[in-house]
Design a binder for this molecule. Structure first.
Ligand code: 3PY
Ligand code: MG
Length: 249
């Protein structure tokens, strides 16, 4: 089976830089897929992707483009199975708040004997290799999101669940649910606690950023799976810069 270059990178202690895609737009995806990012976050929790667009995204990225990492809308057996059968080579599962949630994410995304994923879907074998069913447990990157006080409290136990490749912080939900200022002192202490729990468990940790400067700072801090915002934000910033320069804003 084709190796997952993003997983290999973070297992080697390097930082893999990605971009989030919220729009579900195939033309933008073609631009992104040729730009050199390590991975692409396909946003199906809050973004505008439906099943057919998610499939088209995996086809556009292909086996040589940025690694398609899908955020499913929830930690759901059917959604996760469909995301992987489309060709997702990674998952960032939202709202994993307990050991049971983490074990469910492993069950939903790994074939037996590790989990209970159902076998089927010819595209994955065709694109990634005929041994997909036997090798993909080791090649599909499974990250679970820590983004609530409940998850924070149990973060060491969650990080110890077998079958998980990375923790991933959801900083905005974490700040909202903690009732603290985003990126203030308490929030940053919680972020550091999650990073430490991940590191102590021998796992890389991910962080979603709003821009490139923040992505570089989080990489320096020790995060290994980092995205630098979304294509929607970049389009919006580019348009705002143009209208401002033209004196229209
Ligand atoms: C959060 O910050 O809560 C996220 O889920 C970011 O993607
Ligand atoms: Mg969130």
């Amino acid at each position: 089976m084709l190796k997952n270059p993003t997983l290999e990178k973070i297992r080697n202690g390097e930082t893999a830089f990605g971009l989030a895609s919220a729009t579900g737009d195939p033309i933008l995806l073609e631009v992104i897929s040729r730009a050199g990012f390590d991975w692409l976050w396909i946003e199906t929790q809050h973004g505008y992707w439906d099943y057919n667009r998610m499939l088209a995204a995996c086809q556009i990225l292909g086996p040589d483009g940025p690694t398609p990492i899908i955020r499913p809308a929830s930690n759901d057996y059917a959604r996760i199975g469909l995301s992987l059968d489309c060709g997702g080579m990674g998952l960032v599962v939202p709202m994993v708040n307990s050991v049971e949630d983490a074990e469910a994410a492993v069950y939903n995304s790994r074939y037996a004997p590790v989990g209970g994923r159902s076998s089927g879907g010819g595209r994955t074998w065709m694109v990634y290799g005929d041994d997909y069913a036997h090798e993909s447990n080791d090649e599909i990157l499974l990250a679970v999101m820590i983004e609530t006080p409940a998850a924070l409290e149990r973060v060491n136990d969650i990080a110890a669940v077998k079958g998980i490749d990375a923790l991933f912080i959801g900083p905005w939900d974490l700040a909202f649910s903690m009732g603290v200022e985003s990126f203030g002192e308490e929030h940053e202490a919680a972020i550091q606690k999650i990073l430490d729990a991940s590191t102590n468990a021998g796992l890389p940790c991910g962080f979603p950023c709003g821009d490139v400067d923040a992505a570089l700072r989080r990489a320096d801090q020790g995060f290994r799976l980092v995205h630098c915002g979304s294509e929607l934000g970049m389009v919006r910033n580019g348009i705002a810069a143009a209208t401002e320069a033209l004196g229209l804003a």
